[in-house]
Write a protein that binds this ligand. Structure first.
Ligand SMILES: NCc1[nH]cc(CCC(=O)O)c1CC(=O)O
Length: 395
């Protein structure tokens, strides 16, 4: 209840909440790997462009996932090995935000946290990286002779590659990107090539290691949900950080990220599953949307569903780039493959995706289409045989 002394304090408090243009300090949490640092620097660089007066402190931490390099990734029974410890610090207020590889961010977040921002996505494709001593002989997966060993620990990658290249063998390769490359480069290593996300290599300035880019049309390889994008996790009630991030979000990357994560969330039912995906924008400048009812639904309805802030107009996720963004059509290609590469459910479809709600809806629809084609049966087989599977961390 307001008392006389509260009223007296009000002008002072007003001044405080309006000082958003003067210098403030923000604490950014991230993992300790080189890639995590570079990604966080990328976010800070964007922030400094639009908020030059603020101070940004980077806190790079080692997480449980980082300390368990030797156990194969899919053996872990926990989803959030790479995120949980950072989230605790975010919840307690010791951090203001966490910079993640979006791919490593679970699709279900703690109740009080949310995906506050997705910045402009880098190339989401996987990359085929040849061993240097074989580089003048082989340039692609189809060049590799029978029985060649390709290094990757990702079941999504293995399943898709087995389907298209049954003559190849696969072996685990763990560690951060530098470690994996040195394992490949070692003359005595069993690997002829490894598969890595292109974005990680590009961000580390190692784009020259990319032999070829893989995609649906090249190698029949769809990338992981969120691959190549950075996701910033925040506290739901933190208006100060929401304002900070409102100027660095990329609307198109956000809608792609939400559609892909909605697909994943719908299919996984609690545990991560190996899904390949590709989303692409087809600009349709002259299309009139009937009824122009886009974006009029109360954002709160979707709050829990998407895990992304949509309630404040300044929020990056709900802030459209301009009129033409309203008529963007999204193409989504998605696949679920059995681990032996023998069975696959595939979808290739498109829809106008103007808002974060549309993106969420589209991901859900594509999941349903996949289930109609047998994705649930394939996933059931995988989870029964292997336990919980995911593609997190390790970069
Ligand atoms: N699985 C680990 C991981 N998490 C994020 C990246 C970097 C690429 C990205 O930003 O999606 C990688 C490395 C990789 O898959 O090669």
């Amino acid at each position: 209840m307001a008392t006389a002394s509260d009223v007296q304090h009000e002008p002072e408090m007003q001044v405080d909440s309006e000082t958003t243009t003067s210098a403030q300090t923000f604490r950014l949490g991230t993992r300790q790997s080189m890639l995590a640092r570079v990604q966080t620097d990328e976010v800070v660089k964007e922030l400094k462009k639009v908020w030059p007066d603020h101070k940004y402190e980077i806190h790079a931490m080692t997480t449980t996932g980082d300390n368990n390099q030797k156990t194969a990734l899919h053996k872990f029974n926990e989803k959030a090995l790479w995120t949980q410890e950072l989230e605790v610090l975010l919840q307690s207020g010791e951090l203001d935000l966490i910079v993640h590889s979006l791919k490593d961010m679970p699709t279900q977040l703690p109740m009080d946290l949310e995906l506050g921002c997705v910045t402009k996505r880098k190339d989401p494709r996987d990359a085929f990286v040849i061993k240097p001593t074989l580089a003048d002989r082989y340039r692609s997966l189809s060049d590799l002779p029978e029985g060649s060993v390709v290094g990757t620990s990702s079941l999504r990658r293995i399943a898709q590659l087995k389907k298209h290249y049954p003559h190849l063998k696969f072996a685990d390769v763990r560690g951060n990107i530098g470690t994996r490359l040195s394992k490949l480069d070692n003359r005595d290593s069993e690997y002829s090539a490894i598969i890595l996300a292109a974005a990680g290599l590009l961000r580390l300035g190692m784009g020259n290691r990319i032999t070829t880019y893989l995609s649906k049309d090249n190698g029949g390889m769809l990338h992981a949900v969120g691959q190549g994008a950075l996701g910033i996790e925040t506290r739901k009630d933190d208006n100060r950080v929401q304002e900070l991030l409102s100027r660095i979000g990329c609307n198109r990357s956000t809608r792609q990220a939400l559609a892909e994560r909605s697909l994943m969330r719908t299919l996984e039912g609690g545990c991560s599953v190996p899904i390949g995906v590709e989303t692409e924008w087809i600009p349709r400048r002259n299309v009139l949307i009937e009824g122009s009812g886009v974006g009029v639904k109360p954002a709160e309805d979707y709050h829990n569903l998407t895990g992304i802030a949509t309630s404040s107009p300044e929020n990056s996720a709900s802030h459209l780039e301009g009129e033409e963004a309203l008529t963007d059509e999204m193409v989504m290609r998605a696949v679920v493959v059995s681990l032996d590469g023998q069975e696959a459910a595939e979808v290739d479809t498109r829809k106008i995706v103007s808002t974060v709600e549309d993106a969420d809806q589209f991901g859900w629809e594509v999941a349903k289409l996949l289930v109609d084609k047998g994705a649930d049966k394939i996933l059931e087989g995988i989870t029964l045989n292997r336990g919980i599977i995911h593609e997190q961390g390790d970069a």
